[in-house]
Design a protein around this ligand. Structure first.
Ligand code: AP5
Ligand code: MG
Ligand code: ZN
Length: 217
């Protein structure tokens, strides 16, 4: 199963990917997470990515496409994967078609988590992420049992550097300009599905699984 989880910044891609990984046993390929690992390691890629991420801009297509091509060729992707945050431009989507063709695979479904713009800044600014295992929380909508501590592993929760009102405003503008056109792109390809992302987290998961069940037949 080759899936794309689409949605604006803060729509719930990472939150839902975690459930789908458990349910289907295929890996989550999140370009944002991969860039954050590179930033932490201080590599050349990390330095380049950090400048873009801090500004709320996209990392250049050729860089992003290169890391995804390499990642999708790994052994753990042979039975499928969940792309989270990729593709984000038409150029990336075209490149993904080529990568899939080279791997002899096709897209199973593009799942768009639809959340209105006015909810997204609050979701982003209230987000907390576990430094150790990456689990995602929200101070109001999905609070951990103990403030600042991960329920799953006891790790410390932190706030992402790009989760400020200012950077988030830029990220949302970039989304509208560069990424939202992919909705039409994948509608035309006949693989597009949408769920209402304003519902409770569990209900969004249920809707996504229902779509996938119908797609797989
Ligand atoms: P990335 O890390 O992908 O960030 P993003 O797309 O902006 O998305 P987020 O991770 O912010 O949101 P999400 O949809 O995963 O939401 P989450 O589940 O955490 O990218 C970061 C940067 O990296 C980019 O700006 C860019 O610079 C670069 N980059 C990445 N990919 C790239 C690419 N392909 N090309 C170029 N550059 C790239 O949920 C958000 C919050 O809401 C959480 O607190 C959560 O608990 C809460 N929440 C979730 N679901 C619900 C719900 N149903 N109800 C209430 N609250 C909810
Ligand atoms: Mg995410
Ligand atoms: Zn944790």
């Amino acid at each position: 199963m080759q899936l794309i989880l689409m949605g604006a910044p803060g729509a719930g891609k990472g939150t839902q990917a975690a459930f789908l990984v458990k349910k289907f046993g295929i890996p989550q390929i999140a370009t944002g997470d991969m860039f954050r690992v590179a930033v932490k390691s201080g590599t050349q890629l990390g330095k380049q990515a950090k400048a873009c991420m801090d500004a709320g801009k996209l990392v250049p297509d050729e860089v992003t496409i290169g890391i995804v091509r390499e990642r999708l060729g790994k052994d753990d992707c042979k039975d499928g994967f969940i792309l989270d945050g990729f593709p984000r431009t038409v150029e990336q989507a075209d490149a993904l078609n080529k990568i899939l063709a080279d791997l002899g695979k096709t897209l199973t479904a593009v799942l768009n988590i639809n959340v209105p713009a006015e909810d997204l800044i609050g979701r982003s600014v209230g987000r907390r992420v576990c430094r150790n295992c990456g689990a995602t929380y929200h101070v109001e909508f999905n609070a951990p049992k103990v403030e600042g501590v991960c329920d799953e592993c006891g790790g410390e929760l932190y706030q992402r550097a790009d989760d400020t009102v200012e950077t988030m405003t830029n990220r949302l503008n970039v989304y509208v300009e560069s990424t939202r056109p992919l909705i039409e792109y994948y509608k035309k390809a006949g693989v597009y599905y949408e769920v209402d992302g304003r519902q409770h987290i569990e209900k969004v998961t249920e809707d996504l699984i229902n779509v996938l069940t119908s797609v797989k037949g």
